[in-house]
Design a protein around this ligand. Sequence first.
Ligand code: FMN
Length: 320
Amino acid sequence: MFKTRFTERLGVKYPIQCGTMMHISDAELVAACANAGIFACLASAMYPDEESLVNELNKLKSLTDKPFGVNVSLFPGHDARTVEVTLDIMAREDIGIIETAGRSPEPHLDKIRQKGAVHLHKCARIRDAVKVDKLGVDLVAIVGAECGGHPGMEDIATMVLVPEAASSIEAPLVAGGGFCDGRGLVAALSLGAEGVLIGSRFLNSHECKIHESAKQKLINAGLTDTMIIQRSIGSPVRVLTNEWANEILRMENEGASLEELLPKLTGQLSGEAWFDGSDDAVFPCGQVVGRTKENLPIGEIVSNIIAEAEQTTQKIGSLV
Ligand SMILES: Cc1cc2nc3c(=O)[nH]c(=O)nc-3n(C[C@H](O)[C@H](O)[C@H](O)COP(=O)(O)O)c2cc1C
């Protein structure tokens, strides 16, 4: 059930991707997703050198025999040389699926394709989706304004973005931003997507190693407890509302420069705070944390999504 070009091209059972999450998408999380029949990518940017990245890839390969991918970040902070070096490691390690996001992958296409890897690119604007589609990317993901991590500058909600993107590109579309359940999966497919991208929901999974108090903060959060920072530097991020994020927004509103903001924004702070339970950092997450109230094993999250999607499909069928 739910066979699409997404399931065919990525070789997975279900049309669901666990969104790549910096500091979080490690070998155990990605393997748990793969073993549950969905697609996920290792966040290569978490590993500071070739040795640690290759060790993690070996661990991942030992934990699953199902397809998985590796995310190669093109966000500012990852210069072209770093990207090329990472892509060479992917080729040496025979990684069959590469995900890019953050900037146009055009300068790196030859390296991405050097071993015939399937290429998925994630973006947040229709024009970027159209551009990468013309470049021949195998799958295109698009995220709406409610997503965790980086929404676009344009504040277009998933509901509007997804059908427009689906009508504008040839490649299979993956819809992201605000999804967490089976009704969402059916909605994404109805809007023209061929897979659904779910990030924040997996923060509250057994295999996600963030601190129990961080998981509890997400469970306690309501629909209005996220906010967007970093608009002033052209790189918006949706995060959990807390004192730290409010202080950043205050500084932005007062015209703080990038140099003044950087010490507050550094990803290293979040990387530590997710795991030590501290509040002194930003915690990227989407509005959907307001609908995520249970910490469950990934296999159970996935089987719940599929069961609800099947029920929903039958219910809609009975209405026709
Ligand atoms: C904690 C966290 C970290 C993220 N890190 C990355 C990242 O490193 N690279 C990336 O492309 N997207 C990143 N994202 C975005 C997700 O891959 C995905 O696009 C997003 O979570 C989908 O929206 P949702 O949170 O509403 O499900 C991150 C999201 C979260 C919640």
